[in-house]
Design a protein around this ligand. Sequence first.
Ligand code: AHR
Length: 666
Amino acid sequence: MKLNRPFKSVLFTGLACSLSVLPFPSLLQAQEAKIIKIKLDQPIAKVQPNMWGVFFEDINFGADGGIYAELIKNRSFEFAKPLMGWTVSRKRPQEGEVLVVNRKEENTTNPRYLQVSKLTDDFELINEGFKGIGVKKGVRYDFSVMYRQLEPGVKMVLLLKDPDQKIIGQGAVTFTGQGKDWQKQTASFVATETNPKAKFSILFQGKGKVDLDMISLFPGDTWKNRPQGLRADMVQLLADMKPGFIRFPGGCIVEGTDLANRYQWKNTIGPIEDRKLMINRWNTEFSYRSAPDYYQTFGLGFFEYFQLSEDIGADALPILNCGMACQFNTAEVVALDELGPYVQDALDLIEFANGDVNTTWGKKRAELGHPKPFNLKMMGVGNENWGVQYLERLAIFTKAIKAKYPDFKIINSSGTDPEGDRFNLLNTSLRANKADFIDEHYYRPADWFLKNAGRYDNYPRNESKVFVGEYAVHADKNHVGSNRNNWESALAAASLMTGLERNADVVQMASYAPLFAHIDGWQWAPDMIWVDNLNVYGTPDYYVQKLFSTNRGTDVVSITLDDKNITGQDGLYASSVLDKNKKELIIKIANNSNQHKAVDFALDGQTRLKSKGTLEELASSNLDQLNSFDQPKAVSPKLSAVALKGKKLNMDLKPYSFNVIRIPLN
Ligand code: AHR
């Protein structure tokens, strides 16, 4: 993360011409077609099966309040303010009727619970949800609570209420048993109406005394119907992309503002009541977008990340803290001779993912329900860390990991920026150290992306590989929140991505960042997918990413204009791959100008092609065009047929368009 990033103006030079000055059709016809040559028979690089992936971080309420479908905020009363998110509504307040009790000697991970001593009138305990509670008519809601009944007699009525206080779902809980042992009670009920901003209320009736903890409510329609699982609509959008990998859990939350608040994967597995809650660093990071109610419950923990990756056929790519906290915040580092536990966490993670069920950590994985290994192949050490301190710590990690797992790949950080002194120091040193992968991050304006479409054309071919682990086009500051995901940004990203694909021998993985943002709770924009409590939509960036990952191919073939790579000549950017499995040629070409472009693809080589193919076209004449909850597919691929004449394909590329052409090989 870089605070106060410089934002250049990102207006295209062509933007000054509005649509009204587009050439007339007669002029278009007069325009001479560009001859674009594709050498079908000479693959120049392999495309890795996991080339295009996604970056997941719990930022913008992406996990808690987002994909992790828990609807109750502060379910275990462990926020700094123990009753944040809750209100008690009663006619006549009774002193001591609701108490927050702390048993930190007995339970260090989940010390607080609620004690209700019900003496007189009925009263309600209301939870506001994360940004309200999204309730869907006809869906089952699963309530659970941990309790111990000290004096019998308290009854709980469970109510979902819309903002007008109308009851739109109702259940009840009765307690059994008595004594000091915690028990679990569940209840399910079906909602009668849909509402995006409901609240959950517990109406206490009767008399008695009961302790309550882990008050939880999940929708029943989670991904794969897993109890206490993930929001199916959000996962589905990811699954539809067929991503090659999921990078998790960040991002800056890996580093933490200080070492005490770094991400520690071992705290995120096992029973959810034992996963120690922690402040989310995005709670306080940006004063103009602060989120005092943003915490990490780790309900989406490392086991669930591995499971999610497996579900959608993606490689897991965890990033671990390297013994350094965020250098923009505290820059706290662990002493070199105390790095041992950090390194051990990395080794144990590999064992947790891959180890035999008789190993300590492999056994834990099996106990969590997954005896089969997850087949973890790589991890990142450090997020956006830099400097000599990073190199020193990384060397210790690398030595230990490679000693035990020689083939395991390690992703190395190149800092926050794709150029400058910090980058140069790391890039040079890491290459000298024969790093497996160097993680480059770029959050830059559109013109930077366009200028860098040829960035990797001259990178060394046989050294460390590049992982573009975070990137996004940042529109100027007149664009705020979801408005930053406009077509101009997505098209510039697509243009640069043709350069990543062309250099797939060097750039072996890439992921746009960040992934998710809640429309009422974001801290960072742009983001690939926006959600509210009930809906989700993919931005134009989402469709660009999806087009690349679902049209990945297996082998890069050369595509040139006047014998040069196509990196912006006349506003065009292109790459081309063969898909040897499906036996198809795939051409990706962006027209980043405000004019139609006539192009003749000349397909050179012995390979024969069928005479018909398909075009998936992503286009808008309005560079500020957005997708939205109302118009989720305003910019989305349109499918049509294309016809070849022998080994030629003539096309008219729309202004501001990104085109993916697939031609079956004969
Ligand atoms: O993607 C948002 C942030 O950008 C990530 O947390 C960090 O790695 C980068 O600075």
